[in-house]
Write a protein that binds this ligand. Structure first.
Ligand code: HAM
Length: 419
């Protein structure tokens, strides 16, 4: 039987991997611009971290985790998201002991979801987490950083949808109002939402089912139940976003799929992405540190999906930069010239000039076609005549012009051409 990649995963081949690297470079530049430093955490954690951190009532914990026992019978889970993991590391390493921590990460995450366009079982996120400060200015900073990341990639005019989910002071009254509203319409909700009503009633608000959406349209909204502190926090976030020149729309129905959020939540969406329209999501999570056994550490963050970012860039025709290609291909004309070609190749590489050798034994026309396809600037042809005369024939792959240079000028010729 032929073995293929597991469902919901894919190989990122060279024709696309440089595009991912381009996005990751932009992520690093934006992180540095906003003062965030990299953190690398394990891809698996104790299952308990996610049950307590994300919430045992969330869809992720109930249905989507890759959980397994190790050889000692410990329950481990492939990380379905980065926030709980990063907060575990902050608590464990006392990163907020003397102030605050601003961290970024890029890496793979795993969710056992039904694969479809834009939804995979292994996907990649770029995320920022700022912990140790409860200032609404930091919520705005996080949203600003997300927008700057997309802007850097040429993705302008995305919609930032903003909401507040209140805090443990004001949310219980809202939850009660929501449950009593949906209870009266329970028979018309989908099967999933009937379950959600008991476990996680807020999630009924973002069900995609048409009947549930119609019912949810008239449901009470959290913004009408915010306590004065949460209301003030939300107002300052909005003002700061205006100061930063960020277009946002308040969407009273955004609840997010993870249970740790308090106050600000947001999503960046695009109508060009089909059903999976969220390219980025985040918010404040002031109680997560305590949920996982630490002291109280207020925090806020976001994560952007790299696959969805790449897909949107493709749809909009954004640039991914230049695909890396060797500057020079050295072509030994026949077997007797191979060692000389290798010697020139070595000199080029030792001088920092990216170069390669044509190892194939195809005819010269095909070789030139391959070199052009590889994106090289020059072919250095070395045949017996060139060797005898101490020369190299140079072919420009751009304008097909041919010239002869001295063998000793192999490096200099390229360096001069760069100026
Ligand atoms: P999330 O909304 O679950 O939030 O995921 C963030 C982004 O990851 C989504 O907007 C989407 O672009 C991408 N994503 C999620 N699941 C998949 C999937 N199955 N396939 C492809 N892309 C996917 C979080 O993960 C939170 N940890 C964000 C956060 C950080 N909140 C505070 N700090």
């Amino acid at each position: 039987m032929k073995i293929s990649v597991p469902r919901g995963t894919c190989d990122v081949l060279p024709a696309n991997s440089y595009k991912r690297a381009y996005i990751e470079n932009a992520a690093r530049e934006i992180s540095s611009l906003f003062g965030y430093k990299e953190i690398r955490t394990p891809v698996f954690e104790h299952t308990e971290l996610f049950c307590r951190g994300i919430g045992s009532g969330s869809d992720i914990v109930r249905k989507e985790m890759y959980t397994f026992e190790d050889k000692k019978g410990r329950s481990l889970t492939l990380r379905p998201e980065g926030t709980a993991t990063v907060m575990r590391a902050i608590v464990e390493n006392n990163l907020c002991q003397t102030g605050y921590a601003k961290l970024f990460y890029i890496g793979p995450f795993f969710r056992y979801e039904r694969p479809q366009e834009g939804r995979y079982r292994q996907f990649h996120q770029f995320g920022l987490e700022a912990a140790g400060v409860d200032s609404p200015l930091l919520d705005a900073e996080i949203i600003h950083a997300a927008c700057s990341f997309f802007g850097k990639l040429g993705l302008e005019n995305l919609t930032v949808q903003l909401n507040s989910l209140g805090c443990p002071e004001c949310r219980p009254a809202y939850r009660e109002a929501l449950v009593s509203f949906f209870e009266s319409k329970k028979d018309d909700l989908c099967g999933d939402c009937k379950e959600r009503l008991a476990i996680n009633p807020l999630r009924v608000l973002d069900c995609k089912n048409a009947a549930c959406r119609a019912i949810a349209a008239d449901a009470p909204v959290m913004l009408d139940y915010l306590c004065p502190e949460c209301s003030n926090h939300f107002d300052i976030v909005k003002k700061a976003l205006e100061v930063y020149g960020i277009n946002y729309a308040v969407n009273r129905k955004i609840v997010r799929g993870l249970d740790y959020y308090t106050r600000t939540v947001f999503e960046v969406v695009s109508d060009q992405l089909g059903a999976q329209d969220a390219i980025c999501g985040g918010g404040r999570y002031n109680n997560l540190a305590e949920e996982i056994g630490g002291k109280s550490i207020p925090a806020v963050g976001f994560a952007a999906g790299i696959e969805r970012t790449a897909a949107l860039m493709e749809k909009r025709g954004c640039s991914f930069g230049k695909e890396p290609a060797p500057e020079v291909f050295v072509v030994p004309f026949e077997e007797s010239c191979v060692m000389k070609a290798a010697e020139v190749l070595g000199r080029l590489r030792n001088s920092g000039i990216s170069s390669d050798l044509t190892y194939s034994k195809k005819n010269i026309k095909k070789i030139f076609r391959d070199i052009a396809e590889a994106g090289a600037d020059y072919a250095y042809i070395i045949g017996p005549d060139e060797m005898a005369a101490g020369k190299i024939s140079v072919k420009s792959m751009k304008d097909k012009a041919q010239a002869e240079i001295n063998d000793s000028e192999a490096v200099e010729f390229i360096l001069k051409g760069r100026c």
